[in-house]
Design a protein around this ligand. Structure first.
Ligand code: HEC
Ligand code: HEC
Length: 200
């Protein structure tokens, strides 16, 4: 009888200990983020060095697309090509479809020579208007697919979407596996042909 009580109280004590241990399980600062350093003493933290590729344009190896119709990463050196301004865009000097083939560069795709928003005017007070009537909310603008003669202003700043890739030893594990509907799509885009998919 006495032994039974003792076993029971030992068991209860063990159970309480297990529960309270589970409740007070401590997550260390070092295990919260991607970097394994204490979050409160940052003075000695040195970030990973940014190492962009230095192969000049024409001698670099293209990087596979991250997913179908993803903006391709820039595989070549971009030293001296930034900042892009309204009268200095060096990217177009090689990627303009009229000259790209002769430069061995991928031509800027048709999607970049297309407007996807209906053309509206600005009223004198700076508001959007359609056929002389104010458009109350810019989200009411219709989606269109209108070919343009020139590069769309929305595409002028190439580096807003295309970036060089840094070679790093500290790359977090990525479990994403892209699925391309055809194997050639991991090396080129066809967005303009499929832009209406799922909408129309
Ligand atoms: C001197 C010519 C030249 C200039 C200037 C240039 N590129 Fe390139 N680019 C190339 C060539 C050639 C390739 C193909 C890879 C190679 O041969 O190096 C390429 C590849 C690319 C790719 C990969 C395309 C793909 O199909 O994967 C992107 C994106 C790109 N460049 C963007 C840019 C951007 C953005 C700029 C401006 C900051 C720029 N390029 C400036 C010549 C150039
Ligand atoms: C708003 C984002 C955005 C901007 C700005 C932009 N691009 Fe792209 N780019 C994309 C996306 C997304 C794709 C892939 C889908 C497509 O073809 O539109 C792409 C594709 C490309 C391709 C690959 C074409 C192919 O046939 O595989 C090249 C080359 C390219 N862009 C060059 C440029 C250059 C040069 C500029 C600047 C003049 C530029 N892009 C500006 C988003 C952008």
């Amino acid at each position: 009888m006495k032994l039974g009580k003792l076993t029971l109280s030992l068991f209860t004590a063990a159970l309480i200990a297990t529960i309270s241990f589970a409740e007070t399980k401590i997550i260390k600062d070092e295990s919260i983020g991607l970097r394994k350093d204490n979050l409160y003493t940052e003075d000695k933290v040195v970030s990973d060095e940014t190492k962009y590729k230095t192969d000049p344009a024409g001698a670099s190896t293209k990087i596979e697309r991250a997913f179908e119709n993803a903006p391709p990463m820039i595989p070549h050196d971009v030293e001296g090509m930034f900042i892009i301004t309204s009268d200095n865009n060096q990217c177009t000097a090689c990627h303009d479809p009229a000259i790209a083939a002769s430069m061995g560069a991928t031509p800027i795709p048709k999607s970049h020579y297309t407007s996807f928003r209906e053309a509206v005017e600005l009223s004198k007070d700076g508001n959007l208007q359609r056929d002389g009537k104010a458009v109350a909310n810019s989200s009411d603008l219709k989606s269109v697919v209108k070919p343009l003669e020139t590069l769309s202003n929305a595409r002028f700043n190439c580096s807003a979407c295309h970036a060089p890739q840094s070679d790093s030893a500290n790359v977090p594990k990525n479990n994403f596996t892209p699925e391309f509907r055809s194997t050639e799509l991991n090396g080129k885009s066809n967005l303009i042909d499929v832009i209406g998919e799922g909408v129309k």
